[in-house]
Design a protein around this ligand. Structure first.
Ligand code: ZN
Length: 69
């Protein structure tokens, strides 16, 4: 089980889902970090491992966020 770093709650749903719903601002910040890390040359797999998430989530987030620029 994963503990949320923002509200300290133990999460039954996926961490990203919780972030997207409960901590929208932080979630956007994390996606921005992922885009930056990706542009710095980190692989999506490394980012996913570092943030305890899966490759699909990171891939989708980077794509989604990329549209905002
Ligand atoms: Zn939380």
């Amino acid at each position: 089980m994963h503990k949320c770093q923002f509200c300290g709650r133990f999460l039954l749903t996926s961490y990203n889902q919780h972030l997207a719903i409960t901590h929208e601002k932080e979630w956007n910040k994390i996606k921005k970090e992922w885009v930056k890390l990706y542009n710095d040359g980190l692989s999506i797999k490394n980012i996913a491992t570092d943030y305890h998430t899966n490759v699909n989530t990171v891939n989708k987030a980077i794509k989604d966020f990329g549209k905002l620029y």
